[in-house]
Design a protein around this ligand. Structure first.
Ligand code: SAM
Length: 251
């Protein structure tokens, strides 16, 4: 039997990981440096990015938007195309510094909040709450607490949008030269994720290693779980790389 996971310890390391990773974070999304697997792969990747962009555009983030785990602002920028205002929250000052720089000159007012979302009391009710590549980082014992928090920050007719990584599968193009399965673990660029435990070990450029939470979801299972918590959220997948969901509280 594997040792039980100390989720508090993993979550604390996860915060440190993202603080350390901030300056190199965008490389995995934009396929630069060690994440550039060549033009054939990159083309497939950016086609998927186009699909998730289209999903957000169809959703239409309008009104007062709260973005959780906003990171370097790649999604803050996207939200800013239609939102009336954005509150971008993240625990990492390093991430927020990059986010601020990216959003300089935004025509939409952006307020940055440095906070651990698990300890943050919402300062209002938002029309839209959005979080990209965060849900897989929520420790399983805190899943319900997280969604209660989302409820507490959402306006009565408010809507939620999220995007995240899809479960890695051996046949998918992402599993090229630099990826591979080792039993129940999947090896990525500077990461090894134990799919059974939902814990990833990740390394930053200076060699430091950290544990993070990484709990993948099947779209149907996630949709059902959210239904049981009073949400009416449609969870879908793009062709291979992403899972996304949109909806609101069940009336
Ligand atoms: N949403 C951004 C994106 O998709 O580009 C960043 C996603 S990144 C995978 C996860 C983000 O969660 C990091 O910016 C990290 O600092 C932030 N984070 C980690 N733990 C957090 C917490 N407890 N409260 C708020 N933000 C947190």
């Amino acid at each position: 039997m594997p040792a039980p996971v100390d989720w508090d310890a993993v979550q604390a390391e996860q915060v440190e990981y993202y603080r350390a990773r901030a300056p190199e974070y965008d490389e995995s999304w934009t396929r630069r440096g060690d994440y550039d697997f060549g033009s054939a792969f990159n083309e497939l990747w950016f086609a998927e990015v186009g699909r998730i962009d289209a999903a957000l555009e169809d959703f239409g983030p309008i009104g007062r938007v709260l973005e959780l785990a906003a990171g370097t602002g790649m999604w803050t920028e996207r939200l800013g195309r239609s939102a009336a205002s954005i509150t971008a929250l993240d625990v990492s000052p390093e991430m927020l510094a990059i986010n601020r720089r990216r959003l300089t000159g935004s025509t939409v007012p952006v307020r940055h909040v440095e906070a651990d979302l698990f300890g943050w009391t919402p300062d209002g009710r938002y029309d839209v709450i959005s979080f990209a590549f965060w849900l897989t980082h929520v420790p399983p014992p805190r899943f319900e607490e997280f969604w209660s928090f989302v409820t507490s920050a959402l306006a009565p007719q408010g809507r939620v949008f999220f995007a995240d990584s899809a479960i890695p599968r051996a046949e998918l193009p992402v599993l090229g030269r630099r990826f591979g399965f080792r039993g129940h673990a999947v090896e990525g660029v500077h990461s090894l994720t134990d799919l059974d435990r939902g814990v990833s070990v990740r390394q930053v450029r200076d060699g430091r290693r950290f544990q993070t939470v990484k709990v993948y979801w099947e779209p149907d299972e996630l949709q059902e779980r959210l239904r049981s918590l009073g949400w009416d959220i449609e969870v879908r997948a793009t062709e291979w790389a992403f899972v996304y969901g949109h909806g609101g509280r069940r009336i």
